[in-house]
Design a protein around this ligand. Structure first.
Ligand code: NAP
Length: 294
């Protein structure tokens, strides 16, 4: 059996088209143009690339972007001051602080300064807390795990009653992905670096979400035949055939696992484009909920 490919590029394009239509409607009906401010501190090349991809995606969907770049030697109060100014700017509906922030800037203090109504990354503790509570709905759901759920929903993968295993328990991916799967009525097991006999636990998964940051870590004989495998990992490995000398692989041993799984996301082209699509969705939502017109 060869797994069905879950095409993140195609599904993300569908979502971007929905966002574009929603942004046009908002402009027509309320004269509001959704706006996303990006905050980039220092010269991390990967962070700069992510921010430029997000800005390009905004432009394609009719979302205004307001880029802010601070030097690596910016102080805590420079970054906090900028985030607070953006918090008060009515043209800015969403604020994205690109992580990681260079030390010694206190990431927690900066994220806490993003007003809840503009927390389009969904990282504010109140948003994560609401995800964990029955009967509560967060204003914004973190983009990568939200993208994982959208991939499952839009491919009509049965979630209710399924056993979902999430590899990784980070604040930005593993834990919110697990909470979203619980909300969707899956039975969820969260694994981490202290999990005993990981292959045996993973083998129980009808849905496997791998988010640990270790190249090709999940092997074919860990995967239940027919399982749906969502690979969040983004890892650079050496590849002499590439001009750059490296290529990107996920946390799953893709070629081997796709012989066993029922459906699988590729890396790249799986979860990655969904993260950006969900950021656009969150920014549109923030603008729709705002009162002021611009
Ligand atoms: P992270 O903060 O480093 O968390 C990694 C998690 O994996 C931790 O919970 C850790 O356990 C667990 N882990 C590490 N080694 C393990 C092992 N040998 N066995 C079992 N569990 C292990 O990483 P993250 O930010 O969640 O990111 C995970 C991956 O997703 C990375 O490759 C990252 O680049 C990628 N990512 C992709 C996107 C996207 O848009 N596609 C977005 C975000 C992240 P402990 O808690 O016990 O340490």
């Amino acid at each position: 059996m060869t797994a069905r490919l879950i095409d993140g590029n195609a599904i993300a394009a569908e979502i971007r088209a929905e966002v574009k239509a929603g942004a046009e409607r908002l402009r027509r009906e309320r004269r509001v143009t959704p706006g996303l401010a990006t905050v980039l501190v220092g010269e991390n090349a990967a962070s700069a690339l992510y921010v430029s991809m997000k800005r390009k995606a905004c432009a394609e969907c009719g979302i205004a972007s307001f880029p802010h770049e601070l030097r690596a030697d910016a102080t805590q109060s420079d970054v906090l001051g900028l985030v607070r100014r953006l918090g008060a700017d009515p043209k800015v509906h969403g604020i994205l602080v690109q992580l990681p922030l260079p030390s010694p800037i206190d990431e927690r203090a900066v994220l806490d300064a993003v007003p809840l109504s503009k927390d389009v990354d969904g990282f504010h503790p109140l948003n994560i807390g609401a995800l964990a509570m029955k009967g509560r709905e967060p204003d914004f759901v973190p983009c990568t795990p939200h993208g994982v759920l959208e991939l499952l929903r839009r491919t009509k993968t049965p979630i209710e009653g399924a056993h979902a295993v999430v590899l990784g328990r980070s604040n930005i991916v593993g834990m919110p992905a697990a909470l979203l799967l619980v909300q969707a009525n899956a039975t969820v097991t969260v694994c981490h670096s202290r999990t005993r006999d990981l292959p045996a636990v993973v083998r129980q998964a009808d849905i496997l979400v791998a988010a640990i940051g270790k190249p090709a870590f999940v092997k074919a004989d860990w995967v239940k035949p027919g399982a749906t495998v969502i690979d969040v990992g983004v890892n650079a490995v050496p590849d002499a055939t590439k001009k750059s000398g490296k290529r990107t692989v996920g946390d799953v041993d893709y070629e081997a696992v796709r012989q066993v799984a029922g459906a699988i996301t590729p890396v790249p082209g799986g979860v990655g484009p969904m993260t950006i699509a969900m950021l656009l969705t969150n920014t549109l939502r923030a603008a729709q909920r705002s009162r002021a017109s611009t």
